[in-house]
Design a protein around this ligand. Sequence first.
Ligand code: BG6
Length: 541
Amino acid sequence: MQKEPKKTGQTFIAQVSPENESIQEPTAQSCGIVIFGATGDLTQRKLIPALFHLFQGWLLPDRWYVLGVGRKKMTHEDFRTSVRKSLDGVSRMGQVPTAVWETFGKRFYYAPLSDIEKPKEYAQLGKDLVELEQVHKTGGNRIFYLATPPGLYSTIVHQLGMAGLSGQGQKRAGDHCKTEQKTKSSPKKKGSVRLIVEKPFGTDLESAQNLNQEIREVFGEEQLYRIDHYLGKEAVQNMLFLRYANAIFEPIWNRRYIDHIQITAAETLGIESRAGYYEEAGALRDMFQNHLLQLLCLVAMEAPSSFESERIRDEKVKVLRSVRPINLEQIDQCAIRGQYGKGLMDGVTVDDYRKEPGVAAHSKTETFAALKLHIDNWRWQGVPFYLRSGKRMAKKSTEIVIVFKEVPHLLFKPMIPGRLESNTLVLSVQPTEGIALTFQAKYPGPKFSVGRVTMDFNYSGAFHSASPDAYERLLVDCMAGDQMLFSRGDWIELSWKLLMPLLNHWKKTPAPCFPNYPSGSFGPKEADELLKRDGRAWRSP
Ligand code: BG6
């Protein structure tokens, strides 16, 4: 008989030998960070707290400053007040002590840019930067951070080029910007210039290609840092360590031993106040084109030849090239969409997606999607990858579940008539970060009964430290010039290319029965049937 033993807490003590403590910490170089969209939500909620935590952890370089750029008219002092406000309640110290604030806050400056299309304003920005570089001695290193609505990216990038602020020399109007030409027309400036571009990167393949092209006319790929904040999460990065710093996993990481892989990103939140964006995006654009496909690539890629950004990014691109195109003729066998309806979340009734402020009364936008993908290569032939993500689901949980094959021959059959559950390896990304291996063990006693047990490792317990926010890691990496945790242009285009047939198909054939899952569930029943048909089931997070 198969029994489920009580879970017992297990403690894993991490032993970090001093020589391995820091394999190769990225070292942030002195720099000025120019944030476009400085008064926006992302800057206030994510970027400023991340900078503050890095500052507290001594992870920022000695010399740095932030120049906030926004449409609003504001003085440096006004901006500093808003920066301080955005730290209320997020600082790990509670209220920021005055002495700490004084050293931190004085690095913030503000430059109003009333018309983002006016070259004159960028010329002024260039002058401001030269002055700030003299004050802070940042050696001309600059990071431009696009934290504005995506519709403004092209204009800002183009204007930066025209003003000669891209580090590639000045772009002339009508220039098609071969880097060589630009370099001849004005000398390369001292110091590095990098550009961080927030997600979403395009809304479909064509717009992503256009954006890539427009940006590359001004910046080189080696200057580009396209954000996918999932790549900055500790547990995601740890996947590389699990696979390549241990000898025992790689030999079984393939079709001989793995039955299938599940990737779930379940959120309890609805769309909050983002209807304007989400109505156009939907779950496939919002979560799959970026986060879920990045997780898929990390779990499925081949071992890179070295721990260098380009080698890892090459391997991820190879995975996307091997994903079998989605078969529209058997669409219901491989893609499911859903939209949340009324339901109970933590005992509180929440309304339909269609009743959220700003959402159309008959909206056809999907707030849930599930996909079955195949990777056509020697390692993964015949191993399905099931991906799902949705809003207003029963529990917040992001995890990757590796489900191993059943034992080939059950020698306990007479005593244990049923099937034995397969081993699973669960890589939890959030809310807890950890790795859990389940296997079968004999129940103590004279009888033959078997129970599933779990070896559970969790980061905070083992390493006694909280994981930093993804933005902290990503900011430091950009300051250090390390592109490993950022999406490369070809990866972005391939991810859109993979999803375009489905996005187009769903657009042409609106779902007939939305809403089709209650808030507080794990999505529509069709998503369960997707696996049931294959004799499988989603792991309950
Ligand atoms: C963002 C999406 O990229 O990721 C949001 O736009 C989503 O809709 C968020 O809520 C999820 O991020 P996390 O880190 O909470 O899993």
